[in-house]
Design a protein around this ligand. Sequence first.
Ligand code: NOJ
Length: 799
Amino acid sequence: MRYGYFDDKEKEYVIDHPDVPISWTNYLGVKDLCTVISHNAGGYTFYKSTEHHRVTRFRPNGIPLDRPGHYVYLRDDDTGEFWSLSWQPTGKNLKKAKYICRHGLSYSKFQCDYRDIDAEQLMFIPIEDDVELWDVKIKNRSKRKRNLSVFTYLEFSFHHVEIDNQNFQMSLYASGSNYKDGIIEYDFFYEPWTFHFFASNFTPDSYDCVRDSFIGNYRTESNPIAVDKGECSNSSELGGNHCGSLHKKLTLKPGVSIRLIFMLGVGSRQEKGYEIKKKYSKISNVDSAFKTLKNYWKQKMSVFKCRTPNPGMNSMMNIWTLYQAETCVVWSRFASFIETGGRVGLGYRDTSQDIMGVVHSNPDKTKYRIVQLLKGHTSKGYGLHLFDPDVFEPQENKLPGVKLPTVVPTKRPEDIIHGIEDVCSDDALWLVASICEWIVETGDLAFFNQIIPYADRGEGTVYEHLKKILDFSTEYVGNNGICQGLRADWNDCLNLGGGESVMVSFMHHWALKIFIESAEQLGSYEDAEKYNRIAENVKKACEEQTWDGEWYLRGFTKKGIKIGTSQSEEGKIFLNAQSWAVYSDVASEERAQKCMESVYKYLYCKYGLHLLWPSYSKPDDDIGYVTRVYKGIKENGAIFSHPNPWAVIAECKLGKGNRAMEYYNAILPYNQNDIIEIRQAEPYSYCQFIMGNDHTAFGRARHPWLTGTAGWFYTAAAKYILGIRPTYKGLLIDPCIPADWKNFEVTRKWRGTEYKIKVKNPDSVQKGVKSIKLNGEAINGIVPIQNEGTTNNIEVIMG
Ligand code: NOJ
């Protein structure tokens, strides 16, 4: 069953059946102001942080899931009937009302056709202003004059997530609202510098700032009293719950349309409200802000473009996967309908991985994140698992802390620098690859010499930071010479303490190899030799201690018991131990082939690869929390999405293009568009996991958007399937494709130069390049870096 379709031309996903099983969300904003918005216009806005500076309210884990929202209501003043421009909250009968939601790149459009009135609400946040614009168009399609009323509704938050959710005896009386000159101003008494405003491009006929006056007793957003009556009550108050409702009466002759603009902004009426109202009352400014936003994304998506025989891949790679990866980097991982605020900052491993996918499309933000992560890196070599990067920024420019009697935030560096007991053994290793990839992308080798303080004490160059990361993993090994598991590794729920994580040793080898390449590039040959020796030892330990016969082990408990062995009753085989053995170049050719065959045999299904098999049913705290999760859910045997691309990369390394594509296609959200009765979640976003075949809801996807899957699938497809990889030496072209692909094309911009690559596959091979021509001339191997500003044609013949 399908609820919508991909409109690639407009770069939109179109939901034409809004009664989807669960909210399908989108993200507005690319800088500081963000709204997480559902296909029903439900959701919330925050400014910079989901903990502080929350603008509108969200009722976490509520029913319906996406209340309240940013709504526009229409009322027929002749009949008294009313409806909303998004299907919810009024929820009109879909047989009589036509509703469409178009989720685009940082905008969402709600379209409604009811009672011969066409209406539309376009929502976006201009790049240059901290304001959410609602561009509302209403057209009278009927043959008679229509008397209509337009109402808006949004609910303001108590600004701080905790205040908004607890100890209401204090917070209920801490916020106030007032109305003047067509602008609603909302303030927060504890923080005299905090204001939000809501305005429009017209003089309202009535307004409400008090939530309960607008909604009315024993009513909800579905049937607010103000809309029912046809008029707001001009309420405002100090204390209580507040909203933004502006009302306008309209008379539209047949065929006539009108455009109304609403503005939800950060700042006071005086400071920002008047200015923004003036600016965006001019509709041409709204149009040009929208155009700028569209160009912003067009430019990003022009850095890597592909045309392949796989339409799902084209759509996801050219639009949605990059968009999702960018969203994870810009907003980190803490703003969704699942993460609803409170947890803020950067997850060390998550952000370190996310940036890898966008080095080409967002090099500036990537560098910014890298520096933040390095400031959260300790002199002992490990990263702070989850930290607020603001803590390490100079204090001068900061607003005073929240002076609330109810919440006392502890925000000093010494409060967040944790010891070894809280270290995750993989966290900082990811950063080695991300930094090196960013340097290869930008060519900025000087960055290795930039000095950045450690979180706890002292400072070091970026290069020195990297060595400390690698040395930490060399030092913290267990009895088998394999890296200690510590609090967890990539798998949050594998809690091995002094036990050992095979995946992390593979990662260590991978990071060492990447570092060595950079050391050589810098002429640091002594380091290159030293770390090469370490890499050899890591490889030896892995090969000697972790092979189980048909696949690699996943680890050892602190008592030395093997995890992920055919001898175990449960958790016999783990995906990551196999894909990483291959990806890290640890596995011999023979073992690589064998372990990946085992993956296919035991972990593969039509929706992707399971994380482990069989799921655990008996708690075992020496293995970790994974044994306490229901079977088939999340880390306990779900189709955990994030590791799927690693298996794709592993297959590509083995030259198996058919298999790589089979894995790519199985979990591709695009391919699940027509089975929403099973998948439920949005088909334009990878989800964190899909229920595994040990669960009754096999195939149901959960936790969209904020997952490392997007960045890694982007990498797997761009660099390994299509095989276009920047290196220090030049552009490597090494595709691994299905044998039945006859050709594909990629345009890649790199360091100011454009490469137009056409690949042909006349012999129907899966891997191997027979010849390359650069601008008509035959070359061998890697394409040398070409002069800036040039466009270069590259023809590749596989064979
Ligand atoms: C989600 C977490 O954000 C991520 O850090 C972790 O790697 C996966 N879960 C797997 O546990």
